[in-house]
Design a protein. Structure first.
Length: 279
């Protein structure tokens, strides 16, 4: 069960055969929550994550807090995510390195998750200097593919927010290449979106490549029901001036409302209050 959950979270994107079975082990429940969040089922994920946050294993508790923070951030709740990422860092700040995990589900990966989350939280609140400082701190923990991929996303987004679009391309390319090398379907989708937006903002002559990346991301997110990314991919595709712009906007709004129906009350409130979520 745990191997199929890991594959769904970090690999081929296919849900495990028993998608709705709750694993017994804390790590299995964490992986299940990650998979649920990817599909926009935030309420079900939050139920698992809130329980794990109070568990005895500091690494799992930290990763659970970081995962819940990412779900809050996906609904525009950067301030709420900031508190959770701070909690995540506090749980593992002095934790010994321990046994490494291939996907960063270890103490080192948990520290990196928390720092990168804090960087993204500060970025979303316009605190670019703090975001850069936290990204630099996370750079000391970039040993696994997932951390490198996430660092690439955050690095590219910081440069875009700083209006240094050309500097955003290298970290975005690195994130995409790293996720592809791992075969991490969901991370490839987000990396394609980040890279496409980066290319477009740089005024590059590769605009057709950017459009192709967005279309690939949208199709893959639709195929695997990555609803947390699908509504974004649809709206980005519409903004690229595709021939199906109205259709994409309608589909994006449809998926977003479906996501909110499966969100917990806190998530729905954050989305309503956020300037980032087009309700």
């Amino acid at each position: 069960m745990e191997s199929s959950l890991r594959s769904a979270a970090f690999g081929d994107g296919l849900p495990p055969p028993s998608s709705f079975a709750v694993p017994v082990s804390p790590r299995g429940r964490l992986l299940a929550a990650i998979g649920l969040g990817a599909r926009g089922r935030y309420a079900a994920a939050a139920t698992l994550l809130n329980d794990l946050r109070t568990g005895k294993d500091p690494v799992v508790a930290s990763l659970a807090a970081s995962t819940l923070a990412s779900h809050r951030r996906q609904l525009g709740g950067h301030a709420a995510a900031l508190v959770l990422d701070g909690e995540a860092l506090a749980r593992v700040i002095t934790e010994p390195r321990g046994e490494p995990d291939p996907d960063g589900l270890d103490a080192e990966g948990a520290r990196a998750d928390a720092l990168l989350g804090l960087a993204a939280d500060n970025l979303g609140r316009g605190r670019l200097t703090a975001a850069r400082r936290l990204l630099a701190r996370a750079g000391a923990h970039t040993g696994d593919w997932r951390t490198r991929t996430r660092a690439g996303w955050v690095g590219a987004e910081i440069e875009l927010a700083s209006n240094i679009s050309a500097a955003a391309i290298a970290p975005a390319e690195m994130a995409w290449e790293t996720a592809r090398a791992r075969g991490a379907c969901r991370h490839v989708v987000k990396s394609q979106l980040v890279l496409a937006v980066t290319i477009a903002n740089a005024g590059s002559a590769e605009r057709e490549r950017a459009k192709a990346l967005v279309e690939s991301a949208r199709e893959t997110a639709e195929k695997y029901e990555f609803n947390s990314l699908l509504w974004v991919a649809c709206l980005v595709g519409a903004d690229f001036g595709a021939g199906h712009a109205d259709e994409y906007r309608f589909r994006g709004a449809e998926v977003l409302h479906a996501v909110l129906r499966h969100a917990d009350p806190c998530g729905r409130w954050l989305a309503r209050e956020s300037p980032w979520v087009p309700l």
